[in-house]
Design a protein around this ligand. Sequence first.
Ligand SMILES: [Zn+2]
Ligand SMILES: [Zn+2]
Length: 319
Amino acid sequence: MCNIGVFIGEAFKKYSFPDRPLGGERIEAFWKILKKERMVEEKDIKIIAPVMATDNLLLLFHKKEFLDFVKDASKLGFIYLNPILCFGGDTPAFKGIFEAACYVVGSTLLGLDMIMKKEFNHIFNPIGGMHHARRDRAAGFCVFNDIAIAIIHAKKTYHVKRILYVDIDAHHGDGVFYEFYDDPMVFIADIHEDGRYLYPGTGFSNETGSGEAVGTKLNLPLAPGSGDEEFKEAFKKVEEFAYQIKPELIIFQCGADGLKNDPLTHLNYTEEAHRYATKRLHRISHELCDGRIMALGGGGYNPDNVAKAWMEVLKGLLD
Ligand SMILES: [Zn+2]
Ligand SMILES: [Zn+2]
């Protein structure tokens, strides 16, 4: 029996960039369809309220100077959150952004704790999946990298030795990929639009990890215009990779910006891509790691697409 915890709450609407495509309406659209389909009443799904991360948890990955910088910017409510570019960059602050970002990380980490303590088999944190944030800077609307912090927390607190991170967001998950590039315990498979055509411009197939970690990373770039068929072909390689490495925990960033008519990308998937990927990863999680899988919502800038894709993720975890 699969029991699923889903993080939903008012606090998530705070993570919303004014005049930018990452706003609260995505989570609203998902919440609406979840209610309409009566998923919570009729299926074994529990709603969990968002919680904030403490500084100590953020510091598992991020630098102290960056934390202080975000706190100050959060009070000001402007400037870009990249101290390296002298306040330039692509991720602007808004008032309260520090607290909003703490809810993202806190919820992902509570989700991980719940999985490791067997309170739930599966967790979905739709606002999680901030895969562009680096140790010392925000990027691509990602302030703190909840995925990277969860990976370190899983290793440190629960002594997980083989973590599989699968990322199907249209953008390459550079903040996770390069920060763990030389870590042989972190296996990464990332399907994304070819970096020659899309932000962040990274994620090529010759990058497989460095040092002891060679062979633990798998980039699967797709040409602009690719649809469900191309996605499924690529995903078969992710499945092979998963069976080879036999993970103890799966973290799945299921960004919905690869769906047709997303305003930022050039891929043409339908929600079938999310159905396909989730069903397969779900099965793999039960075969290889006692059902330990956590899904994180990631990107997606067309609210209807996001709601549809995330519903498929939920259904895939129940299947
Ligand atoms: Zn299950
Ligand atoms: Zn994305």
